[in-house]
Design a protein around this ligand. Structure first.
Ligand code: GLU
Length: 467
C-alpha cells in the first residue's frame, strides 16, 4: 500500500488555537498510525496578516504538544518559483488564461447577476481571447461550464457540486501573488500529500481544488472534512467561549497529553472510552471513527481530563512539565527522584500543574510560612508536650517511611493519650504552615528529616514563646 502522507498547513496570522491543534492532531495521529509521513507547511502568502511571532507561536505549541513533523516547515513565500511553473503549465495546456477585466467591469457583472437573481459569477469575457500577460492581468482557471464535480469524502460521503456554479476563479492576482485554492493544490501535489484531513469549513473549496488536480493530471487525494468544533451554545468557537490558544492552556498548567486526549475526543471516538495516553491514540486512531457531528468544547471537561492525567501519568512525565511552574515560584529542585516523590503526594489532589506547584511550595522553601489563622487554631500550649516528644522520637528514627512513621505516631498516641486528630493537624501546620496538605506520613517522608526537625523545633519555640 502507498505510504500515507498527511500535512498541517496553518496560516500564521495568530496563535495556534484549539481547533487548529485538533486538525494537526488528527493528521499527525493518522500518519503515525499508518507509519506514514506528516508534513508541516506554513501558509504565509497573506503577507499583510502573517507574522514571525505567529510562526514561532505555532511551532512552539506543536512542539509542546509533542506533535512532531517529518518534513518542513515549508514556507509558501519561498515557493513562488514553483507556483510560477504551475501557472505556466495551466496556461500552456489551456486550463488557465490571462484576464484584464477591470474592477469596475467586474462590479457591473456582479450587479447584473444579482438583478437576474443569479449567483455573482465571472462572465467569461476574457476566457477565449488568448490574451498575453500584461501588468494588470490576473490569471483565471478555466472551469468546466457544465457537469458535476464529486467530492468523495471519508466523513461526509459523496458530496456533489454543480460545475456551473464554480466560476472561473482567479489563481494569480495582478500583483503576482497566488490564491489559496491554487497554492494549496500545487503544494499538496508537489509534496505528494495523499490524505487531507481538515475542517469542513473548507468543503466548498474542495471541488475547485479537484478541478485543479484534474487539469494538472494529478491524482486526487483522499479527503476527510471534519465537523468544526463549536462552543457550548453551538456557535462557532471563539474567544467568548474561553481561552482558545494552546499556549493559554500550557500557561494554566495543562499537560500536553491531557489537551491531546481532550481534543481527539472532539470528533473521534473509540467506544465510550474517554481516557487515552498518546501512544494508545496512535495505536487506535483511524479515520472511520471520526464522527459526523460537531465537537462541543467544554472547559470543565477538559479540566477533569487534565486532573485525570495528572493522577494517572507517570510522575517522571509530569515532572518535566511541572518544573517551569516551580521555577516561577523560585523553587530549586535538586533531585529528580525527590520531585517525583513530591508529585506522588499531590497528583490526586491537583487539577492543574499550577495548582500542584502551589501545593508543592512548602516542600522547597527553606522555612515554612505560616497561615496565621492556622497557627492560632492549632499551635496551642496543649500540644507542646506531644510535639516535643514527637521531635525527640523522629530525631532518632533512622528511616522515614510510612511503616515507621505510623509506629512513631501509634506510640505517641499511647504514651500521651492524645487523639490522632488532635496531633496530626498541629504537625501539619508546623510542617506546611497550612491546614490542608497531603497525608501527614507522606509529607514527613518527602520533606525529610532535616526539614521536619527544624520545622518542628520552630513550632515548639513559637508555642513556648506564647506561654
Ligand atoms: N491555511 C489553511 C487554513 O489554515 C489550510 C486549509 C487546508 O487544509 O487546505 O485554514
Amino acid at each position: 500500500m502507498e505510504k500515507i502522507i498527511t500535512r498541517f498547513p496553518p496560516s500564521p496570522t495568530g496563535y495556534l488555537h484549539v481547533g487548529g491543534a485538533r486538525t494537526a492532531l488528527f493528521n499527525w495521529l493518522y500518519a503515525r498510525h499508518m507509519n506514514g509521513k506528516f508534513i508541516l507547511r506554513i501558509e504565509d502568502t497573506d503577507v499583510v496578516r502573517s507574522t514571525q511571532n505567529s510562526v514561532d507561536a505555532i511551532l512552539n505549541s506543536l512542539e509542546w504538544l509533542g506533535i512532531n513533523w517529518d518534513e518542513g516547515p515549508y514556507f509558501q513565500t519561498r515557493r513562488f518559483h514553483i507556483y510560477e511553473d504551475y501557472i505556466q503549465k495551466l496556461i500552456n495546456s489551456g486550463h488557465a488564461y490571462y484576464c484584464t477585466c477591470l474592477p469596475e467591469e467586474l462590479d457591473i457583472m456582479r450587479k447584473k447577476a444579482a438583478a437576474a437573481g443569479e449567483k455573482p459569477k465571472y462572465d467569461g469575457t476574457c476566457r477565449n481571447k488568448g490574451l498575453a500577460r500584461t501588468d494588470n492581468a490576473v490569471v483565471r482557471f478555466k472551469a468546466p461550464l457544465s457537469g458535476i464535480t464529486i467530492v468523495n469524502d471519508i466523513i461526509k460521503g459523496k458530496v456533489v457540486f454543480q460545475n456551473n456554479e464554480l466560476d472561473d476563479f482567479i489563481i494569480q492576482r495582478s500583483n503576482g501573488t497566488y490564491t489559496y485554492n491554487f497554492v494549496v493544490v500545487v503544494d499538496d501535489i508537489s509534496m505528494k500529500i495523499n490524505t487531507i484531513i481538515r475542517g469542513d469549513d473548507h468543503l466548498n473549496n474542495t471541488p475547485r481544488q479537484i478541478l485543479l488536480y484534474q487539469a494538472l493530471e494529478s491524482e486526487i487525494p483522499s479527503f476527510a472534512h471534519v465537523p468544526m468544533v463549536l462552543g457550548k451554545d453551538k456557535t462557532r468557537l471563539s474567544k467568548r467561549h474561553g481561552a482558545m490558544s494552546v499556549t493559554a492552556y500550557k500557561d494554566m498548567g495543562y499537560l500536553p497529553d491531557a489537551l491531546l486526549n481532550y481534543l481527539v475526543r472532539l470528533g473521534w471516538s473509540y467506544g465510550d472510552q474517554e481516557f487515552f495516553q498518546t501512544d494508545e491514540l496512535i495505536e487506535k486512531f483511524t479515520l472511520e471513527n471520526i464522527g459526523r457531528s460537531p465537537g462541543i468544547f467544554d472547559q470543565e471537561k477538559l479540566l477533569s481530563i487534565n486532573a485525570e492525567h495528572i493522577k494517572r501519568d507517570p510522575p517522571a512525565r509530569i515532572a518535566k512539565h511541572l518544573l517551569p511552574f516551580l521555577k516561577e515560584q523560585r523553587c530549586t529542585v535538586e533531585e529528580d527522584s525527590h520531585l517525583e516523590s513530591v508529585i506522588r503526594t499531590l497528583n490526586k489532589r491537583s487539577k492543574t500543574l499550577k495548582e500542584m506547584a502551589e501545593g508543592a511550595l512548602f516542600y522547597f522553601t527553606e522555612t515554612v510560612s505560616y497561615d496565621e489563622k492556622a497557627v492560632k487554631k492549632f499551635l496551642k500550649p496543649s500540644v507542646l508536650k506531644p510535639l516535643k516528644l514527637l521531635l525527640d522520637r523522629l530525631q532518632i528514627l533512622e528511616t522515614f517511611n510510612e511503616k515507621n512513621l505510623e509506629k512513631v505516631f501509634e506510640n505517641l498516641i499511647k504514651d500521651t493519650e492524645i487523639k490522632f486528630g488532635k496531633i496530626a493537624q498541629p504537625v501539619r501546620v508546623a510542617l506546611t504552615g497550612k491546614t490542608v496538605s497531603p497525608g501527614i506520613f507522606e509529607i514527613i517522608e518527602v520533606l525529610g528529616k532535616k526539614k521536619v526537625v527544624s520545622r518542628l523545633k520552630k513550632a515548639i519555640e513559637l508555642i513556648a514563646n506564647k506561654t
